[in-house]
Design a protein around this ligand. Sequence first.
Ligand code: BTN
Length: 347
Amino acid sequence: MVKWEERVVRLHMISCSNCEMSLDIQILKALRNSAEGAVSGADLSEELGVSRAAIWARIQELRSLGYEIEAGPHTGYKLLNSPDALHAEDLVSRLGKTRVIGRDIQVFQETTSTNDVIEKLARDGVEEGAVVFAESQSKGRGRLGRKWLSPAGKGLWFSILLRPKLAPQQATMLTVASATAVRRAIEKQTEMKAEIKWPNDILVNGRKVAGILTELNAELDRVKYVIVGIGVDVNLNQTDFPADLRKSATSLKSALGHPICRPELAVAILGELDEDYSRIATGEFSMVADEWEKHCSTLGRDVRIRIGERQIRGCAESLGEDGALLVRTEHGRLERIVGGDLEIEKS
Ligand code: BTN
């Protein structure tokens, strides 16, 4: 049994819903949205319905968390710089209103695996859309029982709780949606071309920068909940990876040559996922699937897929209606593949 409660240290945890915002979120939001670049204490106090002294106290608290906020007697408060650390209030303020994803955001300094934390929330009946980030994970896990390296402050390690109205065999749609969302966010934030390797690795320059672990809890005919765990290697150095991964994995910082703002990338991913998840809910999965196919480096390639003891060889033809990979085998049969370890055959 995972005793995550004993292992996590709360960094600056709050429960935020899109409608009940804490004062910090509202202050950060007002500073970010101000057209003039600065907001006076009097305006903040009036807008947020609290005293100027209360605003000043929160500004001091935000400064202690690393927010550079200038206070000028004539100009008011101006946000000069935000820390790269993940803070729940900051993420909520940057994300703005979403349909589902990010209704509740929590940030932990350390946990075993954010998937474990979300699992506990799911069993406690928490609403879908909850997101848990950790600055580091002591037992981060990847697909097929592999370990997932999660060093402190260098990546995005987070999980999302979903309660979709889907049959278990349709859950692959969520993997497809998560991969398209992560890919799009990376491309928009870095302006580097990113592609998808089936089922849900995100590659830049042919090397893996992000992976997704989807865990399902279902009855025979309906999904109870799904945990989407996303790991993005943002600001790792090449030497942070174990020697055996250095050729196949990279970070956005290594690929770009400079670090990336993690909170900005985090909310970009959540925003994109909110879009794609709502497409599934409204029966528009084909739009997501088309985008996945367009950016998938696996399609059209000869592949070898290991599923437990079984091995399938063939050509990856397309994506099925439910998100499965359709592979034309060497014997001419079309196989529907929902999981496994895929390698591209060398031509
Ligand atoms: C893979 O490519 O094998 C999937 C990697 C998924 C890693 C993320 S990090 C956040 C979440 N917590 C985990 O323990 N794993 C996922």
